[in-house]
Design a protein around this ligand. Structure first.
Ligand code: SF4
Length: 210
């Protein structure tokens, strides 16, 4: 996707400038949350709740941290980018600074990773490099094959996480192209997370019969 020049220019500055430019360009979605201007401030809610009049309203941007903690069944969400953001809340906030804080609590590092992408910075680490530097009980993940790693991506990441993987599996491979959605701040995966590393350990140990 070709981004507007205003976004590319804003990406050379602070994250707050980038967010301001994105709002001005009509960006209104991140993960499963949507945000829109309301008076001097903004309101954020689950995308599937937009238009609902019976939302529980919160006023403090720090409330986003609690909203992100549990799913609709009150089960803990270990992965903030899993597609199970709680429904039924509205977060009414007073300023762009508070919007920045709230979005960062709902989807940590999303703005920073997006800015790096807009700057054409190479910040993704190939999976082979990530597993090669594991130590202790995770050192065994260095033995994972490319096929096993792809199987984990297909079974764990694709159905269970909204992040778009930016890292290749082999060290010398070209990073995947990240598909972009219109007017949506992307969620990018720049490093295999602890859930994937734990699954890689399980897969390798199972193959080795340990
Ligand atoms: S490795 Fe990345 S894409 Fe996969 S589950 Fe973890 S954060 Fe999501």
């Amino acid at each position: 996707m070709n981004y507007p020049s205003t976004l590319k220019f804003a990406a050379s500055s602070t994250l707050r400038h980038l967010l301001a430019a994105a709002v001005a360009e009509g960006y209104h979605k991140i993960g499963q949350a949507v945000f829109q201007a309301e008076g001097e401030g903004f309101i954020i809610c689950h995308a599937e709740d937009a238009g609902r009049a019976d939302l529980e309203i919160f006023q403090n941007p720090h409330d986003a941290a609690n909203i992100a903690l549990y799913d609709d069944a009150d089960a803990y969400r270990p992965l903030k980018t899993a597609p199970n953001l709680k429904h039924g809340w509205g977060l009414r906030i007073a300023s762009l600074a508070d919007l920045h804080l709230a979005l960062d609590l709902l989807y940590p590092a999303a703005l920073a990773n997006w800015r790096a992408l807009l700057r054409n910075e190479k910040i993704a680490t190939p999976l082979r490099d990530t597993v090669s530097r594991q130590t202790g009980m995770y050192r065994v993940t260095g033995l994972i094959t490319d096929e096993e790693a792809q199987g984990i991506v297909d079974s764990l990441c694709t159905p269970g996480c909204l992040r778009c993987i930016q890292w290749p599996i082999p060290s010398d491979a070209t990073p995947p192209v990240v598909p972009m959605r219109d007017k949506e701040i992307p969620l990018l995966c720049i490093d295999a997370c602890s859930l994937l590393i734990a699954e890689a350990r399980r897969v390798v140990k199972s193959r080795l019969g340990k």
